[in-house]
Design a protein around this ligand. Structure first.
Ligand code: KIV
Ligand code: ZN
Length: 434
């Protein structure tokens, strides 16, 4: 009944596996204000989009897809506000999405008057399912939609004084025969005739992810190896997370030749979301690679994201979740406490504290309380560490053990987490008020 990740390249090759690590950050393009916003229960207001845009600029995004200006008045007005109020820094390129229809393209370019740097992102759907069920068009008719749009973009770009770059996405790429995806991208490239000085972007979306990540990576590699004008093309990936593999798709896609990643903060976006750029960036960081984004205050970014999108970041979300720098179990707490003590004064060493993938301080999170949390699963190490860090009580080993049992049994009896203040009270009760 269900298709596997079909459309493998004709000569499947796994050359990409020869590269074990990503050595430098890809170009990031935030699609929060377009793909993310279009998937919200209540899309952001113009003011909210402005605030979100300014946050993305502060975080260091140099490419930001700001919307689909021909799609709604708010989208159009938002772009006009950005341009007319001079809110786009010179080193930031905004991106707008358009379908391949004359009046939509005309309206898109109208919205761009006065812009300094913009990417106009043309897309049309190419998959077997969309061709047969939605558009009822032949392959040649689908190519014609793309080529006509590409020509219109080239014509309309002359109306704008600023610097206009083009992007093409064969939407539903992952459900498209790979040879046909290659053909349609090459036909668009033939219209745009990119050069190394005027590159264009070819974006290969996993609009719906359909395969395991290595299959997507093989598709990216095939495109990377066979696209025309390759030196003049920036190859981009745009994974969604339907199979829960958005991160792996993006990472493998980059190993396979992609130079750019489109995604969102915390993975907002259609259905299961777009790929989460925060996780991708911090994965790079954990390998010692500069992610080229400022994520030093993740809790603040998360709070703004939650307020503006009305979405929640889950407790176990990588790096950001409330519980991810926390340990309840005794052996974990003990190892973390020992690791942190061992590390004191050794900041020049590679981070290697057990159970903590990165130093939480680097993203504005705290050790204390944030890491060691106490319940009936906890151990004497964690309880002793908390007492020492918070109140300066360095208990001798036997006393630490006894006190550990005492706190655990209180938590077990009350069936709840015990705060550091309560630990202090129990300590006073046990050893002082006698
Ligand atoms: O997921 C997708 O295919 C898209 C395209 C418009 C790029 O968002
Ligand atoms: Zn998308």
């Amino acid at each position: 009944k269900y298709a596997r990740g079909y459309f493998m390249p004709p000569e499947p090759s796994l050359n990409w596996t020869r590269k074990e690590y990503i050595e430098e950050a890809p170009a990031w393009c935030s699609v929060d204000l377009r793909d993310g916003n279009q998937a919200l229960i209540v899309p952001m207001s113009l003011e909210e989009k402005l605030e979100f845009f300014q946050m993305l600029v502060r975080l260091g995004f140099k490419e930001i897809e700001v919307g689909f200006p021909a799609a709604s008045e708010t989208e159009f007005a938002f772009l006009r506000a950005l341009i007319e109020q001079n809110l786009i820094p010179d080193d930031v390129t905004i991106q707008v999405l358009t379908q391949s229809r004359e009046h939509i393209i005309a309206k898109t370019f109208e919205s761009l008057q006065g812009v300094k740097n913009a990417v106009v992102h043309l897309y049309n759907s190419t998959s077997v399912a969309q061709r047969e069920q939605v558009f009822r068009k032949s392959k040649e008719e689908i190519v014609d939609i793309a080529v006509t749009g590409a020509k219109l973009l080239k014509e309309h770009a002359k109306e704008i004084e600023g610097n206009i770059q083009f992007e093409y996405s064969p939407e539903s790429f992952t459900g498209t025969e790979i040879e046909f995806a290659l053909e349609i991208c090459n036909r668009v490239l033939d219209v745009w005739q990119p050069t190394p000085d005027h590159k264009v972007i070819v974006n290969l979306p996993a609009t719906v992810s359909m395969s395991m990540p290595h299959v997507y990576a093989s598709q990216i590699e095939y495109m990377s190896n066979h696209l025309k004008y390759r030196d003049s093309v920036i190859l981009s990936v745009h994974p969604h997370n339907d199979r829960g593999t958005g991160i792996a798709d993006a990472e493998f896609g980059v190993l396979a030749g992609a130079q750019r990643v489109e995604g969102t903060l915390f993975g907002n976006g259609e259905r299961t979301g777009n790929v989460d750029i925060v996780t991708l960036a911090l994965n790079l960081y954990s390998h010692g690679v500069d992610p080229k984004l400022n994520l030093e205050n993740l809790p603040e970014i998360q709070a703004a994201y939650e307020r503006l999108t009305r979405m929640r970041v889950g407790e176990r979300h990588p790096y950001a979740g409330e519980l991810v720098f926390t340990a309840f179990s005794g052996s974990h707490q003990d190892a973390i406490a020992k690791g942190l003590n061992w590390r004191e004064g050794k900041d020049n060493l590679i981070w290697s504290v057990p159970y903590l993938p990165i130093d939480p301080k680097d993203i504005g999170r705290e050790y204390e309380g944030d890491i060691i949390r106490i319940n009936s699963q906890s151990g004497k190490g964690g309880i002793g560490y908390l007492l020492q860090q918070k109140y300066g009580f360095d208990l001798p080993p036997k006393m630490r053990e006894n006190f550990g049992y005492c706190v655990k049994s209180v938590s077990d009896r009350l069936h709840k987490e015990i705060s550091s203040e309560e630990i202090y009270d129990i300590f006073v009760e046990e050893y002082v008020n006698i």
